[in-house]
Design a protein around this ligand. Structure first.
Ligand SMILES: Cc1cc2nc3c(=O)[nH]c(=O)nc-3n(C[C@H](O)[C@H](O)[C@H](O)COP(=O)(O)OP(=O)(O)OC[C@H]3O[C@@H](n4cnc5c(N)ncnc54)[C@H](O)[C@@H]3O)c2cc1C
Length: 328
């Protein structure tokens, strides 16, 4: 635990609530950081091998691509603490090649997920741990994975709302209806490394159809080597039509769309595809989180307030504040 943690009396130490946080994206880590700093016993469960969730970075054969979130808004109030910490540790920097007059972009260094590291510092995070069940256990909860149950007093869930039905748990009808009302769009992504640099701007925010975004990942600060790594996200309509393609098919199909839209393309040395079945919320919850189980089960994430990293941070911190308000 970090040295900034307040000293607690022995009695409070013995009583301190145990909190389980599901998901090590920005929302889960923002909540966990705040609760751990306040002296609560926090365990984070993450089904993948790393931090960041949809702030994701794919590495292969010396090439690297951010294939989820591309940048954050440098001026978003909810991100200022995180950005200051990440910048001071060399884990975030301005993406000057893409900056426009009214908007400054910040990216993680060396990849987008690196920006989350200051939040995770010193936390107990169980990677490769997919939570499958959530059952009442006394006044708390048993969080179940293939490795067995962990008992906690409160649970924060930051899984994208449409994925919650995969979890075996009982929900009251009001919470279930609110969660199932949240809608997401899919997004399919192309990652391509060219042999030469194409004559395109570092970022195209209104590219030709069927793309929503085309950008030169290699123009971000602190990227490795001199590769020409580009990322292109398909727009919502194309992504919905092609959502069942597998990764190689997505890569091939989007590369031929890129050829049609932007010809001529330089020769490519690596092509990959990725499917975000639940990319960003098109219909958010409309409040920072929703609580159930007498306030012991809290659901949040970017989708609670919007569709961006700052919404995830805000939701995570609001859930932590709600727990602290009740337990202090
Ligand atoms: C293609 C794309 C482009 C985007 N571009 C931008 C952008 O440029 N700027 C911006 O601000 N935002 C962007 N976003 C949105 C941004 O990525 C999200 O708002 C933010 O990362 C969401 O954080 P979160 O913590 O709420 O959710 P997530 O990052 O999704 O975190 C949830 C975590 O829960 C884990 N998990 C899920 N189920 C389980 C389980 N059963 N057990 C354990 N762990 C589980 C997941 O592995 C994941 O790590 C983009 C998103 C996508 C997909």
């Amino acid at each position: 635990m970090r040295s900034t943690r307040p000293v607690m009396s022995e009695r409070r130490e013995a009583q301190r609530p145990r909190i389980g946080v599901i998901g090590a994206g920005v929302a889960g880590l923002s909540a966990a950081r705040r609760l751990a700093d306040a002296g609560l016993e926090v365990t984070v469960f993450e089904k993948s091998r790393g931090l960041g969730g949809r702030m994701a970075c794919r590495r292969r054969d010396g090439l690297q691509f951010d294939h989820g979130a591309q940048f954050v808004d440098a001026d978003a109030p909810a991100l200022q603490d995180l950005l200051a910490a990440a910048r001071s540790q060399g884990l975030a920097a301005d993406w000057t090649e893409a900056a426009r007059e009214a908007q400054r972009y910040v990216v993680g260094v060396p990849g987008m997920n690196a920006m989350c590291r200051p939040l995770a510092d010193g936390l107990d995070i169980r990677f490769d741990t997919e939570i499958r069940t959530l059952r009442r256990a006394g006044s708390g909860w048993a969080i179940g994975s293939a490795g067995g149950d962990v008992h906690v007093d409160r649970v924060i869930l930051t899984i994208p709302a449409p994925q919650l039905p995969r979890l075996e748990m009982e929900l009251d009808p009001e919470t279930r209806d609110a969660l199932y009302g949240v809608r997401f769009a899919p997004a399919l992504a192309l990652m391509v490394a060219f042999e030469e640099r194409p004559d395109w701007p570092a970022i195209q925010r209104t590219p030709p159809a069927p793309f929503a975004l085309i950008l030169r990942d290699s123009s971000k600060p602190g990227r490795p080597g001199d590769a020409e790594c580009w990322v292109a996200h398909a727009d919502e309509a194309w992504s919905r039509r092609n959502v069942e393609l597998d990764r190689p098919e997505i890569g091939a199909a989007l590369l031929s769309e890129l050829e049609a839209a932007m010809a001529p393309l330089p020769p490519s040395r690596a092509v990959m595809g990725h499917r975000w079945r639940y990319s960003q919320a098109t219909q958010p919850l409309g409040r920072a989180f929703i609580a159930s189980g007498c306030g012991t089960l809290l659901f949040g994430g970017d989708w609670a307030l919007g569709d961006r990293v700052e919404h995830a941070a805000e939701s995570g911190r609001a859930m932590a504040a709600a727990i602290l308000a009740e337990t202090e």
